[in-house]
Design a protein around this ligand. Structure first.
Ligand code: SF4
Length: 425
């Protein structure tokens, strides 16, 4: 009998939830099932959802096709209208085992009001089908309403996962052999105020690492610069298991544009946060989400965003040309020409590549700890990609193992490295 197939589009939180669905689908006994976990962050992501559905219908003509995720939560009728689709599940419904146990007998569209959700309930998972680092959900939804963003309408308001459940989940993954976990959610910086223990993000992490000594490396997903406080900076300074790689949801480098985005930080705040994190944790590196061509952005405003890349020392850029999302305030503002958005995105990416090349070259001759993945590849603590050159007699490090290496060179934006001699494989 064929196995349920789960296709994940979008973010780490979707990847985590896809594993929860895989458990439920496999337990249901309905093998001929395809689940497509969609994303709605850009119109391109939605287009991909439609393409993926049509492709899977061609590949598995008799399978039951279930569409879920943010695009399905926001516009269920759109997917229900597709002949290729059997059922549409909302972001709450996708985490309930009973919705897979029904098989084809289930409701065609089962999508509840996500804004009514006040807690996070996801069954614990024991692993990821294809990953060497684990994702651990700590939070869901978002209370902010950035003017370009549709995510809160797919995910609801912010809710935090209780500490006990986070510890249990992380222990299960460490027992399953994971050495590294990435804390994920929609807005993890908002962790905590809805829980009785009053722990913020840093407080929760301290408790988590104390309770799971077997976890070697902890990484954080995207952080809101406005929410990075003394406690988190203090943790970065003192906790070696917290990886010195901080991904910031910056979006732009001009204050008027940040205001029109309804972001809670200024350009100066970003520079100050990066300065303080670098001071607290030697060698700290930054990634950033950036939007190019936000409505009303002039060339001069964009130049401030471009300059911020070098001024703040942003190494890993995720750049999106602005994508109007129906129903968001920004979609009603005067738009920048789509071609100009793409040109600016390309210039921003180029600025990021220059920073990354400089940074990777600066690592040659240094040592690092690499989380081994497949094909001799892996990532350092600073999230630099590495390919390990193994001597003739050296054994391949086990997938997921943490290996000390010395960095020898840079080829096609991947560092080359040699495992340190005498290093256990
Ligand atoms: S913080 Fe802003 S960009 Fe991030 S999910 Fe919330 S509304 Fe969207």
């Amino acid at each position: 009998m064929s196995k349920p197939q789960v296709i994940t589009l979008g973010c780490r939180l979707n990847a985590f939830e896809s594993e929860v669905m895989r458990i439920h689908a496999e337990a249901s006994g309905h093998g001929d099932m395809v689940i497509i976990n969609t994303c709605a962050v850009t119109s391109e992501a939605e287009r991909q959802a439609g393409q993926t559905i049509r492709r899977l219908r061609r590949e598995r003509p008799n399978a039951e096709i279930i569409v879920t995720g943010c695009a399905a939560q926001i516009a269920p009728e759109k997917f229900a209208a597709m002949a290729e689709v059997d059922r549409v599940l909302g972001n709450t419904e996708k985490l309930k085992a009973e919705n897979f146990a029904t098989g084809r007998a289930g409701e065609r569209v089962s999508v509840s009001d996500i804004m009514a959700e006040d807690s996070v309930t996801a069954a614990p998972i024991t692993g990821f089908e294809t990953r060497s680092r684990a994702f651990v959900q700590i939070q869901q939804g978002c209370d902010h309403r950035c003017t370009f963003c549709i995510i809160p309408f797919g995910r609801g308001n912010s809710r935090s996962v209780p500490l006990k459940a986070i510890i249990e989940q992380t222990r299960l993954l460490v027992e399953a052999g994971y050495h590294e976990a990435v804390l994920t959610g929609v807005d993890i910086s908002s962790y905590g105020p809805d829980l009785a223990d009053g722990l913020g993000l840093a407080g929760m992490i301290r408790k988590l690492l104390g309770a799971v000594p077997g976890l070697d490396r902890l990484r954080l997903s995207s952080l809101d610069p406005a929410a990075i406080d003394d406690d988190l900076i203090g943790l970065a300074a003192t906790e070696p298991r917290l990886m010195p790689h901080f991904h910031l949801s910056i979006q732009a480098g001009n204050d008027l544009i940040l205001k029109r985005m309804a972001r809670r930080h200024s350009r100066a705040d970003v520079l100050e946060i990066c300065r303080r994190l670098k001071e607290a944790r030697a060698g700290a590196v930054f990634g950033a989400d950036m939007i190019a061509g936000f409505p009303t952005e002039t060339e001069a405003m964009f130049t401030e965003t471009l300059d911020l890349v070098e001024e703040a020392g942003l190494t890993y850029l995720h750049v999106f040309p602005y994508s109007p999302r129906l129903g968001t305030p920004a979609s009603k503002m005067p738009q920048v020409e789509p071609a100009e958005r793409r040109r600016r995105a390309a210039r921003l990416r180029q600025a990021g590549e220059t920073m990354k090349t400089e940074y990777f070259n600066s690592l040659i001759g240094t040592r690092a700890m690499v989380l081994a993945e497949r094909d001799r590849r892996g990532y350092t603590e600073h999230f630099a990609p590495v390919r390990m050159d193994l001597g003739p007699n050296a054994a391949m490090p086990a997938q997921g193992a943490v290996v000390p290496v010395s960095i020898t060179g840079l080829i096609d934006m991947v560092l080359t490295a040699e495992p340190m001699t005498g290093t256990p494989a």
